[in-house]
Write a protein that binds this ligand. Sequence first.
Ligand code: GA4
Length: 331
Amino acid sequence: LSFDSLMRSSTSMAAASSSSSAAFFSGIPLIDLSAPDAKQLIVKACEELGFFKVVNHGVPMEFISSLESESTKFFSLPLSEKQRAGPPSPFGYGNKQIGRNGDVGWVEYLLLNTHLESNSDGFLSIFGQDPQKLRSAVNDYILAVRNMAGEILELMAEGLMIQQRNVFSKLVMDEQSDSVFRVNHYPPCPDLQALKGTNMIGFGEHTDPQIISVLRSNNTSGFQISLADGNWISVPPDHSSFFINVGDSLQVMTNGRFKSVKHRVLTNSSKSRVSMIYFGGPPLSEKIAPLASLMQGEERSLYKEFTWFEYKRSAYNSRLADNRLVPFERI
Ligand code: GA4
């Protein structure tokens, strides 16, 4: 990946971080899922960046639009009503507070279980009087996006020349998979213009603990990824595509070959941003360790052995910006 291909914006981006340059990046790998070389390009993107954009994904636009409009309706309810769907842990409505350890952001959100049938009662209590439309929009969307994530994970295995092509995908397709779904609403943050130069955080920097994350947002900017050199780059929004993140667990399963990408969201001074993210995680009892078939020669595991349950517990006791893999590294 040539960083010379960075397209730095000449104008000062409104919410640019003071500690690093903000640039519009033209080098986000673009994967056409229907192209014959998709698997090789996916592997390259996961090794170099841990991040890529997907088109020809097969998720019907109507599922995407109806989830967006039902979510927008939910977020426009009076706060007191939304709060009836809270608190967010383990699932429900959250406002500004992220996680349980003091992180805050200019964001409100819904955190949802992906086990749709078994959780339908939980859903009813979360969505109050008229939960049906939001619930079925979430169901349709999750099913379609989970299948796409499964396909992408199979392409990764093929691209890595692993015999067992479902070695990653089976973890998120499993009945017991511990996946999460999140809808974020970042209201416009008008103070930004006045406080020019300050860094308003919608969602603070972090990596995702799971295997794979599938992000879709409306056309409002704000999402940034961190490059290996520490620079933050703004990812131009694209409401009809998906963005894929490698999560910590996939980094471990590939013994560091794939990179779990650090990312964050900055606020926008005039427009609302709505994003929806599917976090594909393994069953709680799953051992997360480098795949033997990927280890070459004398290569040693960079990590101690752990289960997803252990990693998740540790992650939920951390702060957003912590490097959650450090305690699991082999010395
Ligand atoms: C980041 C990825 C997912 O959004 C999430 C987040 C979770 C939360 O919002 O409760 C965490 C965060 C995420 C990582 C560290 C812990 C847990 C907030 C936090 C400070 C749902 C997840 O699985 O991990």
